[in-house]
Design a protein around this ligand. Structure first.
Ligand SMILES: Cc1ncc(COP(=O)(O)O)c(C=O)c1O
Length: 482
């Protein structure tokens, strides 16, 4: 992306787009936010969007579309079977990824469901650099297990390493030897590893891992949902790729895998998903699942309008100016907070800025969900909705005890092309305030705990009256209407 120079000050993150459509926001008064948080059972997933000022829960399905994407929607070809829109989308994906066979699905977890359903047998292992909640739940539901073999450095929150999403090849070899290659359902590499801070994986590492897997006859699967941020980091942090275009890097990565799937709520700036495969025979093996669970083979649960927009979105993903916006805003936010001592996950990755909750509220025991508590406090103190990514997002061990997450984080997602710099500065300001009052934040405990993916819909309550006290301290500094 072109560096825009400034005359009288240091560089600032610069958008290479202008705003054409806006949505009005409101900031509820502080005490009303407390009431809303209680109603939502201290779970930010349960808040109503109208009660939120800065929605930084996720980038999923909330990235801004371009004018070209919106206008493409008008020419969508409505047809149950054989929609021309699907063929345009398929052609674009083939052009970018070099895979001819595209199976559409309604979102990323639908792809995970189908891949797991087809390949995972009870007792199988799936090797991953790191899991994302739904990718793991689908494997364990079928009696498989997940081995997460990210390099140890990937779990070190403060670091300068450029590719913390890399898989550890020594661990991979040891795992294959121990489990036996026949028992490995597939190797799944996740670009832009979601749960460890949107940290990228290098092309070199993907190449080494997939070559090894192929030598052992193990199927290779890429989760490309967060590929757009990963591509930015491949280009800007990987010396051997600095002269390659984003299109060339994308193709080099895609060529390494047998299967690629993605959530188009992330990849392509729209809503939907798809599985791509290289082999016709595999395509035919998987097509029944699409017609059974998703829809006909030329829409797979997606609206044709979304597919038409995505076709443009995939092309926009090949533009460095466009895919830079997320990472440079995240970098700005992470550096600003890190420089004033807030424990951030560094270096900044894709997807969002990540706070190390284990350090931020080090007085809260893991069993009382430090990241869950911090994310609730952040809504109280600023109307900012982040997402817990820690112990609360794990499922309990079979004996009912808590599975303590290896990293305990709050994610402040930066949906692409959505927030302005002043809104970003507001978030930095409120996080700083909260850090100065971190001792006032207390823990949470479950009231209603669903058995699987409990973080989505579970309800909790505060272990004491800390939310009330925190709100009063906030009002003392900012006033009742803030
Ligand atoms: C890397 C990754 N893969 C898969 C998914 C699941 O996608 P979806 O939310 O569309 O089901 C997500 C969602 O956050 C993700 O981040």
């Amino acid at each position: 992306m072109p560096k825009i120079k400034f005359y009288h000050r240091d560089e600032v993150p610069m958008e290479m787009h202008k705003v054409k459509i806006v949505q009005k926001l409101t900031l509820l008064p502080a005490r009303e936010r407390l009431a809303k948080m209680r109603e939502a059972g201290f779970n930010t997933f349960r808040l109503h969007n109208g009660d939120i000022f800065m929605d930084m829960l996720t980038d999923s399905g909330v990235n801004a579309m371009s004018d070209e994407m919106q206008s493409a929607m008008l020419r969508a070809d409505d047809a149950y079977a054989g929609s021309e829109t699907f063929y345009r989308m398929q052609k674009k994906l083939e052009e970018i990824m070099g895979m001819q066979y595209v199976l559409p699905a309604h979102q990323g977890r639908a792809c995970e469901h189908i891949i797991a359903q087809h390949f995972v047998k009870p007792g199988n292992t799936v090797i991953m650099n790191y899991h994302v909640t739904t990718s793991k739940a689908h494997v364990t539901r079928l009696g498989g297990k997940v081995e997460e073999l990210v390099k140890d450095e990937g779990l070190v929150t403060k670091s300068t390493l450029p590719f913390k999403g890399n898989i550890d090849m020594n661990k991979v070899r040891a795992c294959v030897e121990q489990e036996g290659a026949d028992n490995i359902a597939y190797l799944r590499l996740e670009a832009g590893t979601n749960l460890i801070g949107g940290q990228p994986i290098s092309y070199e590492n993907m190449k080494e891992a997939t070559e090894y897997a192929k030598s052992k006859g193990i199927l290779t699967v890429l989760d490309a949902s967060l590929l757009q941020d990963n591509l930015y980091f491949n280009k800007t942090r990987e010396e051997s790729l600095k002269d390659k275009s984003i299109r060339e890097i994308t193709r080099m990565i895609a060529d390494l895998f047998d299967v690629i799937y993605f959530s188009a709520r992330k990849f392509g700036f729209g809503r939907g998903g798809a599985i791509m495969v290289r082999e016709e025979s595999l395509y035919h093996e998987l097509e029944d699942y699409i017609t059974m669970f998703e829809g006909f083979l030329t829409y797979g649960g997606m609206s044709v309008k979304e597919m038409e927009a995505l076709t443009i979105g995939f092309e926009e993903t090949m533009d460095l100016d466009i895919i830079s916006q997320g990472p440079i805003y995240i970098d700005h936010c992470v550096r600003a907070l890190d420089s004033c001592g807030v424990p951030m996950v560094t270096p900044g990755g894709g997807l969002g800025a990540h706070i190390n909750a284990r350090e931020f509220v080090d007085h809260i025991p893991s069993e009382e969900y430090p990241a869950g508590s911090l994310v609730a406090a952040l809504y109280l103190c600023g109307g900012i909705r982040g997402m817990e990514r820690g112990t609360l997002s794990e499922e309990r061990n079979p004996d009912g005890s808590e599975r303590i997450a290896s990293v305990e984080m709050v994610r402040l997602a930066f949906p692409r092309r959505v927030f302005t710099l002043s809104q970003t500065e507001y978030v930095i300001d409120r996080v700083k305030w909260l850090y100065d009052h971190c001792h006032m934040i207390g823990g949470l405990r479950f009231v209603h705990e669903p058995k699987s993916l409990r973080f989505f819909t579970g309800t909790l309550k505060a272990v004491s009256d800390w939310p009330e006290k925190l709100i009063e301290a906030y009002i003392a500094d900012f006033g009742e209407d803030q």
